[in-house]
Design a protein around this ligand. Structure first.
Ligand SMILES: *Cc1c(COP(=O)(O)O)cnc(C)c1O
Length: 438
């Protein structure tokens, strides 16, 4: 390649993970993005202040809406997802709320895969109902289920491509077509896959959401969430999205889609939803997550390698009844995983113990290296028995339906020495099996 072509050569994923959004500080030359630990920003004069408040000039007013450290993170994640704009916020749950706030009016609904993170199911089914927003859960195994659940008031389809728990892979492409035909956006919670393993916009999705608390931050230190828009959705194609396509009385009649085009959705999410609902990401957490993302590709490679090896070990273990990991040939999702997650299907999965509930409780009690806790995507290997913890409020039938039956144990395989992870699981499972048969 010659050095003087006009089109710059696009950078690879690893380069973007380190450099996107993170040029040296103009004033000081600081190579890393500084932590702008400030709540507000001085205006040049009253005209400058007025144009900032009218959204006529880009700049900073209050860290409730925007902050330079947070902006750098938004730019980085948007680049990794090949999106046009992003809004970062305090947690994955906050990201879901901000996205839905732009899309929904009271009485509206969205169609969601029933195979979602447990906290998302609760947020959608119970808390969103208080805003008069409604959800129709469908089995994602058949894409037509999404089409059949769409009605006049449906404003989005929501799914996880790599669904937790259970290692389920959802067939993105036909569902994106169904959303397109209905004139509504497809939202993908891409937390478990990360853009390193799957880029939903390549398959026709319009919005991606992350809990950055998990693999993006990657070290179990900081909560964060983000909404990314592809920039490809036409918000004016129908009258379903007045908050994008009609003048906003809260901004002197500004029309967000007309004014901001392919980053209108994230601008609206910041200027209205973040401003008025307030789940701001702290600059320190943005910094921690920025640092985490720099090593995302190498971490994910090792998560995959360890995850695959542990799944294969468990499949051979005498105390184990089944392993649900799409990286195994025995998984019904193996072919879909090859299509949508060619590098591998992550490192979070479930397995079943022959000794049922009792064996599950004993196993999580007797691990020494693994941590027994309710998080995912840490450098550390994590273990939980959902039926006695995250899913204990549900009936046994509900537990089984959501992939968290009494015998189920969930793992998030970390970056420790593989032999150490396997040795710890081996001793814990053997102990659990012995206790149950006593
Ligand atoms: C953790 C998680 C969430 C919620 O994110 P928080 O940052 O904990 O609010 C949403 N979706 C998925 C897939 C998750 O794993």
């Amino acid at each position: 390649m010659s050095g003087n072509t006009n089109e710059p050569r696009p950078h690879g994923f690893e380069t973007l993970a380190i450099h996107a959004g993170a040029s040296p500080d103009e004033k000081t030359g600081a190579r890393n993005v500084p932590i702008y630990q400030t709540t507000a920003y001085v205006f040049d004069d009253s005209d400058h202040a007025a144009s900032l408040f009218n959204l006529q000039t880009f700049g900073y007013i209050s860290s409730r809406l925007t902050n330079p450290t947070v902006s750098a993170l938004e730019e980085k994640v948007a680049a990794l997802e090949d999106g046009r704009g992003a809004v970062a916020c305090a947690s994955g749950h906050a990201a879901q709320m901000l996205a839905m706030f732009v899309l929904m009016n009271p009485g509206d609904n969205f169609v969601a895969s029933r195979n979602l993170y447990g906290g998302s199911v609760t947020q959608f089914a119970h808390t969103f109902k208080k805003f008069d927003w409604h959800v129709n859960f469908v089995d994602p195994a058949d894409p037509e289920n999404f089409r059949n659940a769409i009605d006049r008031k449906t404003k989005a389809i929501f799914l996880e491509v790599l669904a937790n728990p259970g290692g389920i892979i959802v067939d993105l492409e036909p569902i994106a077509m169904i959303a397109k035909e209905a004139g509504i956006p497809l939202i993908v919670d891409n937390t478990m896959a990360t853009p390193y393993l799957c880029r939903p916009f390549d398959w026709g999705a319009d919005i991606s959401i992350h809990s950055m608390t998990k693999f993006l931050g990657g070290h179990g230190t900081s909560m964060g969430g983000i909404v990314v828009e592809s920039g490809n959705f036409d918000w004016a194609q129908n009258d379903k999205f007045p908050s994008m396509s009609e003048p906003d009385p809260a901004y002197h009649g500004l029309t967000f889609y007309e004014t901001f085009g392919d980053f209108g959705f994230s601008t609206k999410a910041k200027a209205v939803a973040l401003r008025d609902l307030g789940p701001t990401l702290a600059p320190q957490n943005a910094f921690n997550i920025l640092t985490g993302i720099e090593s995302l590709p190498v971490r994910m490679d090792r998560h995959l390698e360890n995850g695959q090896a542990v799944a294969e070990f468990l499949e051979r273990h005498p105390a184990v009844a089944w392993v649900s990991y799409a990286g195994l040939k025995s998984s019904p999702y193996h072919a879909l995983a090859k299509k949508y997650l060619p590098k591998g299907p992550g490192s979070v999965f479930t397995f079943g113990l022959k000794g049922g509930y009792e064996a599950g409780v004993r196993a999580v009690e007797s691990v020494e290296l693994l941590s027994h806790l309710a998080n995912l995507g840490d450098t550390r290997s994590l273990i939980i028995h959902p039926a006695s913890t995250t899913h204990r409020q549900l009936t046994e039938d509900q537990q089984i339906a959501s992939g968290a039956g009494p015998d189920v144990v969930r793992l998030s395989i970390g970056l420790e020495t593989l032999d150490d992870i396997i040795a710890d699981l081996d001793q814990a499972l053997s102990y659990a099996q012995k206790k149950v048969s006593e």
